[in-house]
Design a binder for this molecule. Sequence first.
Ligand code: 2M8
Length: 429
Amino acid sequence: MRDTELRRQAIDVLRGNWERGHTVPSRRLYPHQWSWDSAFIAIGWARTSPGRGRHELESLLAAQWADGRLPQIVFNPAVARDAYFPGPDFWRSRDVPGAPRRETSGIVQPPVHAVAALEVHRASPTLGRLFLRRVYPGLKAQNDYLLRDRADGSTDARGGLVTIVHPWESGQDNSPAWDAELARVPADVQVLSAHRRRDLDHVDATERPTAADYARYVAIVDNYREHGYRDEAGAHLFVAVDPLFNALLAWSEEALAEIADIIGKPSEPHRERAAAIRDALMARCYDRAAGHFFALDRDGERVPEHCVGGLAPLVLDLPADVVDALVAGMTGPRFALNDRVPLPSYDLTGPAFDTTRYWRGPAWINTSWVVLRGLERHGRQAEAATLRAAMLNAVRQEGFREYFDPRTGAGRGVADFSWSAALTLDLLA
Ligand code: 2M8
């Protein structure tokens, strides 16, 4: 298939998923607005209709909480309340002071939105400047919230890493990096009998998190909701440090610095925050022997599972030997960089590897796109060209699927998935 045809198909998917001001990740499986999906989707819109990219980010920011958190899900009031589980009646944001009028979930997702805002601006700089002025305060407040209320206790006075308090906050829901921490969450699979998992109406159960995972996901939210979604010390049932989340936070601080320069605000504080997060990632998550960035558990111990998020710090300024080690890991047996299938979400040789189960192996377009940007930043053109070819090959062969079998490239999850289409548009630009 020619590039022009692939581009046309990607635009069709985004148009089909456009829903008055935002784009759903998938019409059937995810019928609301998701936070980091909207960032990737805005990057795609930037390549074809920058106005929609602006709407995408501004509609998400309109649902920001008073404390600055940008919610993982903004519920569409026009959609049936039980179309997705867990829906608005499970989260009950309407009972929380400081939550917006529009109902939302109470957790966050990886903060890649400032990067997206800058991409949207660059696509149409004249209107973009006004747009940047409008979105800058919310984007800054989002990162302020994370660095203030989610600061990992063990960082130095300059600040540093932030925690996630639910696997859903990582965006890589059932990644093996969370298994040990999740196993500490007391949960009874019976709690699920009170709910109906709607995801299993759309995707085979072998491709989704297990019932035991969901029981714990529900228990963590029940506890957080009972605490009024306040981040009090010791209140969380799940705490972890995710290298992908923190790398995107640092990258977005760099983007905020550029945005601040464009609109005449102080940029140096953003550059300092970006450097502090990068330094903390290096000091705490980087394992020199493994040549990889690992997640941390609630005690600050490294979780030695090789996940694709551990390659994400490539989007930052890193010492040359660290870049070399990450690229060696990517081209070695664990991630097996090739020009057919994008990067697996988890170590192909790892004990928890699964070819079909969601974030436990399958290849995803968004995480590969982040790593691709990292390779480009460090001038690794050969590896970048290979990864780009793999991403385009996957969507050409299988369509804009949610994820792909990391060995065969077979499409998995839902079809017509928005960020797979959106980031394809970026690749083709
Ligand atoms: C997936 O997560 C949602 C919960 O947020 C789910 O499984 O229902 C993840 O892949 C996440 O990264 C993504 O943002 C979301 C919507 O595409 O789906």
